[in-house]
Ligand binder design. Structure first.
Ligand code: GLU
Length: 257
């Protein structure tokens, strides 16, 4: 099971938070990792192996931005490799995905017909191109993601950003876990509360079919039918200490003890 972590902030570079969050999701297992941020334009760095390796590449690449998405991948479609690692991109759109898109072959054929070129063997890449295609038709980012998810079959949690709209981070889930976190001047989404324990204890658990628009100021959730959904804010029981590595060498070791 892979991990997603994402954030949008008024006042800081979210990259250190994304990397820290990915480390806290390492216990879920993964084969590669990556982050994408918008800082004027979309920038992305991916690597095979540990989040610690990604961290080195990120610091060498000087990656920084006030909105971003991060991912640890457990390959289901396409071998573990840098080109198959998430985030995937289409133009200025970038996507991380947890799960499996069952109708990806049909989508891929349609997108090839529209002139899209695939840079990976993953099922996930169709999501990036579908969102891009809908933006090109004039949809806003939230609508583009909602219309895309309406076409997907399978289980997914996704987080999407686009350099055409750096004020919005869009997430959606169906059959894979995803929750929102409410901060001060910044908001988040992640696969589980451990990734957010250092920054907030105010969590909103999304339900299947939900799509959420996350801004620096707040969040808005829409259900499968497109109606505004009031999901309760739930206090996290995790403290920053409970998810710290402490004296353990890695999170798996801590989990075992
Ligand atoms: N199916 C996607 C892939 O193979 C996502 C796998 C995951 O959940 O990490 O890239």
């Amino acid at each position: 099971m892979c991990g997603i972590v994402s954030a949008i902030s008024t006042h800081r570079n979210v990259v250190p938070f994304l990397l820290e969050g990915l480390k806290r999701l390492e216990y879920r297992g993964y084969d590669s990792a990556g982050v994408a941020v918008i800082n004027g334009r979309l920038n992305r760095i991916r690597s095979v192996g540990r989040v610690a390796d990604l961290e080195i590449s990120v610091s060498q690449g000087g990656l920084a931005g006030g909105i971003g998405i991060g991912h640890t991948r457990w390959a289901t479609h396409g071998v573990p490799s840098e080109r198959n690692a998430h985030p995937h991109v289409s133009g200025g759109v970038s996507v991380v995905h947890n799960g499996i898109i069952e109708n990806h072959e049909e989508m891929r054929a349609r997108l090839l017909g529209l002139g899209y070129v695939f840079a990976s063997d993953t099922d996930t890449e169709v999501i990036a191109h579908l969102v891009h295609a809908k933006l090109r038709e004039g949809a806003g980012l939230f609508d583009a993601v909602r219309r895309t998810t309406a076409e997907l079959a399978g289980a997914y949690a996704i987080a999407v950003i686009s350099d055409s709209d750096p004020a919005h981070l869009i997430v959606a889930r169906n059959g894979a876990p995803l929750l929102l976190g409410l901060g001060e001047g910044e908001n988040y989404a992640a696969s589980d509360g451990a990734a957010l324990a250092a920054v907030t204890r105010r969590l909103i658990y999304l339900e299947d079919g939900d799509c959420a628009e996350i801004t620096r100021e707040g969040v808005r959730v829409v259900d499968r039918r497109g109606d505004e959904a009031q999901r309760p804010v739930t206090p996290s029981r995790l403290t920053p200490e409970s998810v710290e590595l402490g004296s353990y060498c890695h999170y798996m070791q801590k989990e075992i003890f």
